[in-house]
Design a protein around this ligand. Structure first.
Ligand code: ZN
Length: 74
């Protein structure tokens, strides 16, 4: 085999050639099935974190303490 096709990032169309770049050793499959390269996945995560930061805190086991309202913690 003289040619190999590499998977393409669905977001930036970058070919994932692990022999050429360190960032290309893995891809992240989104819930919709799209494959993202690590830098695009990072951007995707940052967007999601903006949408629902509490969800990520929960996923990481980080307590969220509220400073106001009837259930204020601190
Ligand atoms: Zn990408």
């Amino acid at each position: 085999m003289t040619r190999k096709t590499y998977p393409i990032c669905a977001h930036c169309d970058h070919p994932m050639n692990p022999a050429a770049e360190d960032d290309c050793d893995r891809m992240f499959q989104l819930p919709n099935g799209e494959l993202y390269c690590p830098p695009c996945f990072k951007d995707y995560l940052l967007d999601k974190i903006d949408d629902d930061m509490d969800l990520f805190a929960d996923a990481l086991g980080i307590p969220v303490l509220y400073t106001e309202g009837p259930n204020a913690d601190i």
